[in-house]
Design a protein around this ligand. Sequence first.
Ligand SMILES: Cc1cc2nc3c(=O)[nH]c(=O)nc-3n(C[C@H](O)[C@H](O)[C@H](O)COP(=O)(O)O)c2cc1C
Length: 380
Amino acid sequence: MDSTRIGSAQRKLRKSAVLGVLDRLARPLLRRVDPEDAHAFALRALRLAPLSRPQADDARLAVAAFGLTFPNPIGVAPGLDKNALVPDALLRLGFGFVEVGTVTPRPQPGNPRPRVFRLEADQAIINRLGFNSEGLDAARARLAARAGRGGIVGVNIGANKDSPDRGADYVALIAALAPVVSYFAVNVSSPNTPGLRDLQQRAMLDDLLARAIEARERAAAAAERKPVLLKIAPDLALADLDDVVAVARARAVDGMIVSNTTISRPAGLHDKDAAQAGGLSGRPLFRLSTRMLAETFVRAEGRFPLIGVGGIDSGAAAFAKIKAGASLVQVYTGLVYRGLDLVAAIKTDLGNFMRLARHDRLAEAVGRDAAAVTAEPWPT
Ligand SMILES: Cc1cc2nc3c(=O)[nH]c(=O)nc-3n(C[C@H](O)[C@H](O)[C@H](O)COP(=O)(O)O)c2cc1C
């Protein structure tokens, strides 16, 4: 290696070490302040952190899905970067993709604070943010400014709380953002916008997806054809999931994301804030969201790939999602408790699991345990 390359390798090492130290020092401090203030601080730090390009991923971790090639299967779940402030910093931390949002057409403040609660004792979060969003124009300007930089950046889209025609909101978002994003996630599963989850009902979902796909096709005349994915709640009854997957198949969506936060409260929560209203995420969501993922996988019958999300906080949890049916995974709450080291830890573990299972590609593991997971007793 010549001296310039050694110098650049050392600089990269120093920068990642600085970030690691910042991450380790800041997390205990940040745990003592209000979760939303801590979150705003973390986003500011990410904007300023001197991040260099990450090491190339092990080629065996690459995933082809929805017509895109992901360098690794670990994505940032939406909610972490609602307004597209730091997608490139997140990509540089080693994520295979970033989903920004939820973005609504018009800016809206969301619910009154406090509206995010850390359940430390349960390694969980309850949030009732209610789609606080700077709105479409702000997100589009930021995404347009970074559009040439590469990396997979999708956007999660949602309707304004007071919208008279929610379908029209999704259509407007798709039309405006198609040129500047890699994919769309149609969010009909946030528990914090009254009535939003009704869009998962058969007739309403069919109408919504028809309009979303039509908007995507219209936008494809000017930009490339962008994949449209559907993100669902983990609280659907299985009969409703039958309908949702049937409609998603009939409308030929490109994939589904399972799942959003749960309004249920699994048995065994200890934290004093466990009874707060809102959606629960993190470790206690793992079993329910993984069960719904497997149930979706068996119903999709290979028609489209799935993204598994909910309670991933280790390589083993990520691999379990993949075996339950996920081609890709996303994390949010696990990052709050495990820190940014989680990404590298999951990658290392996935590589080891693949070696043990003698898989050359992750795709070989996808859905292997789905039938077995659906045969387990229902998670309580
Ligand atoms: C504070 C917070 C805000 C969130 N905001 C959104 C959002 O705007 N849109 C969305 O689709 N999901 C949102 N989510 C849900 C996550 O994307 C994810 O589906 C869920 O948290 C489960 O993953 P996890 O257990 O890894 O956190 C949010 C989650 C949290 C904790």
